[in-house]
Design a protein around this ligand. Sequence first.
Ligand SMILES: [Zn+2]
Length: 308
Amino acid sequence: MTTRLYTHPIYLEHLTPPGHPERPDRLRAIARALEHESFEALDRKEPPMADPSAVLLAHPEEYLERIRKAMPEEGMVRIDADTSASSKTWEAALTAVGAATAAVDDVFTGKADNVFVAARPPGHHAEKLTAMGFCLFNNAAIAARHAQKKFDAEKVAIVDWDVHHGNGTQDIFWDDPTVLYCSTHQMPLYPGTGAKDETGAGNIVNAPLSPHTGSDNFREAFRSRVLPAIDRFGPDLIIVSAGFDAHHRDPLAEIDLYEDDFDWATGELMDRAGRFCSNRLVSLLEGGYDLQGLAMSTAVHVTRLMRG
Ligand SMILES: [Zn+2]
């Protein structure tokens, strides 16, 4: 497997208030973990900053302009209760979009079999018209639309194992059967959406997990709900909203997964990518707030992407 890694120093300059869990140190921890010699074969690239028009693939123009106008020249502003922006946030957010779309380009043009994007801010809580949950632009949704527009991908599957439900991605594709959205997440938990009966146009598959769910029940939910949905759908591309906050060490939730679980889930998705879409898989970092849990989980995830 040729695995590409996109990350960029600008992601460290998106600043959040002191004590905020979504902080630059998250990416520093991942970078340190991926310095190990076992990742020597990773194809490391700096992604381009996207043109702002790329955001319009998943958000209306009025939203893009609202976010643009909210950006501070210095200091920090609050966009919502837990989402803030600093002077470099615009550039960081557009470079996160740039990485997500470049990753799609890479897997469709054969430059890579799969790509991991270590970017921030994350994206899966960003709805069409609402920034929330540390997210401004929905990177996964933009990537999916980009694949459809540029490469005529008919069907894109987004699998979201972040411990929080990706309400934004669900919102954007709610009535769009060309995109399958599957999510495992703790419930009840922020943002409150993600019940089993939220099914959109039959393209939304939610697998809510009770607090203190461990490996066995997580894998069972994945096996019984997520994987069969992918098998029925037959995607042309798999996008992973890879949050690692379901790790047992994570302070924001109460799911008890271990690195092995992320290794296993990655392998299952790679198996489908091999069967349905010439291995094309793009993985985008979402949450994960315990630095050690995040670094170890990312390391096994990327190891599996490289190994197949
Ligand atoms: Zn999360």
